[in-house]
Design a protein around this ligand. Structure first.
Ligand code: MLT
Length: 399
């Protein structure tokens, strides 16, 4: 009999968004006449930018002739895409080397897989509320987590506690689920803390394109002095370019990130991640990478930003309604997520059921992101304009 990975016994029975999908499917089966509006999972609804579509078609055409056909690609991703990502950072004044870029099928996989590079006896700091992937993937490996509270008192932006040591620190900014965004000055404190502790920051920048105040708010941890010595950055085209279904992301592992092992050998995280990816992964397909490279051109990014502005307007519509109802909310300005306290002191799963049953609007219960989300709820601005307006009209009537 195989001995199983019993760490799985420590997980919740199902992944948050699977549980939501299950509850919504059950409701729609029982109420087939009701129009359900989904503002739960952060899944985009706008079609891809025209330049990305054109490049994807070109990618398919390349597969049609022997001269241009592509088989296995480089495990880190094609040079043309890694160079395009380097240029994208360069245009924002952040210098990275193409050798530090690893192309993948999305930030979810990379933030989940990166745990393999770290031993189990690290002090791993995660915020609460938190994107459940960080927590679940560590639990699967049998790792212990230390939580730092995000709450109304700190505007859901926990800061380092200098009296506590950490080895690995997860930060997501703009944050999923709260939409809160660290200022450059706050991130500098985190970088200084990481350097003082010889720690690594795992920085999830999946929502960077939503930042509206780039002078004060960082879109990349590498805008902060010293970060190249203590941070890995994860990013994705899912939210920036609508690639949730198309799948492409990237991770930047600076070559300066080196730590002494207990065996007295210096280890490079860039080399370790390269070893891990080349052993277990073959990057994402040529066709997708060709489409992704078009996203990073100035024209491609301008087209993507039109979609981002559309979602930002949706966020404003949601925020306005919450404001009108006197409900305090977070996010929605530098983020597609709006995070608010459930009305009438309700708990978040109760509020989820109440909203589904009485307004046929799906959101995400804050409890799914940790104990500090127990009385909070998340709505996404990634729906269509019509559905967002209709959902808020229903909200208006209900409260
Ligand atoms: C979310 O809704 O939190 C995200 O869409 C999940 C993800 O990006 O994997």
């Amino acid at each position: 009999m195989p001995k199983l990975n019993e760490n799985y016994l420590d997980l919740q029975e199902s992944y948050l968004f699977s549980e939501i999908a299950h509850r919504v499917a059950e409701y729609t089966r029982e109420n087939p006449d009701k129009k359900v509006i989904r503002l739960g999972i952060g899944d985009v609804t706008k079609p891809l930018a025209p330049l990305a579509i054109k490049a994807l078609h070109e990618g398919v055409d390349a597969m049609a002739t022997a001269e241009t056909f592509k088989g296995y690609g480089p495990e880190r991703g094609y040079d043309f895409l890694r160079d395009a990502i380097k240029d994208y950072y360069g245009r924002r004044g952040v210098e990275i080397d193409a050798d530090e870029v690893f192309v993948s099928d999305g930030a979810k996989s990379d933030t989940g897989n990166i745990t393999e590079l770290f031993a189990n006896d690290n002090v791993i700091l995660v915020p609460d509320p938190v994107y459940p992937v960080y927590v679940d993937t560590n639990i699967m490996m049998g790792k212990k987590l230390v939580y730092m509270d995000g709450n109304a008192e700190n505007d859901f932006l926990p800061m380092p506690d200098k009296s506590v040591h950490a080895d690995v620190i997860y930060i997501c900014s703009p944050n999923n689920p709260t939409g809160a965004c660290y200022s450059k000055a706050q991130l500098k404190e985190w970088v200084d803390y990481a350097l003082a502790n010889d720690a690594v920051i795992l920085f999830d920048a999946a929502y960077e394109a939503f930042v509206t105040d780039p002078d004060n708010l960082a879109r990349s941890i590498f805008e902060i002095e010293g970060a190249k010595k203590c941070a890995i950055e994860f990013c994705s085209l899912s939210k920036t370019a609508g690639f949730t279904g198309t799948r492409c992301g990237y991770t930047i592992v600076p070559k300066d990130l080196k730590f002494m092992s207990s065996r007295g050998v210096e280890m490079s995280l860039n080399a370790m991640w390269n070893r891990r990816q080349s052993t277990k992964f073959n990057s994402t397909s040529y066709i997708i990478q060709h489409g992704a490279a078009a996203v990073f051109t100035e024209e491609g990014m301008a087209q993507c930003m039109e979609n981002i502005h559309y979602y930002q307007e949706n966020a404003r519509i949601i925020a306005d309604m919450l404001g009108k109802k006197g409900i305090r909310y977070y996010g929605g300005i530098n983020s597609p997520y709006i995070w608010f306290e459930c009305p009438n002191g309700m708990e978040s799963w109760d509020f989820f059921d109440y909203l589904l049953k009485n307004a046929q609007v799906v959101g995400t219960p804050g409890a799914g992101f940790g104990k500090n989300g127990k009385n909070f709820f998340r709505l996404t601005a990634f729906g269509s304009r019509e559905n967002t307006i209709e959902a808020m009209e229903r909200f208006d009537q209900l409260f």
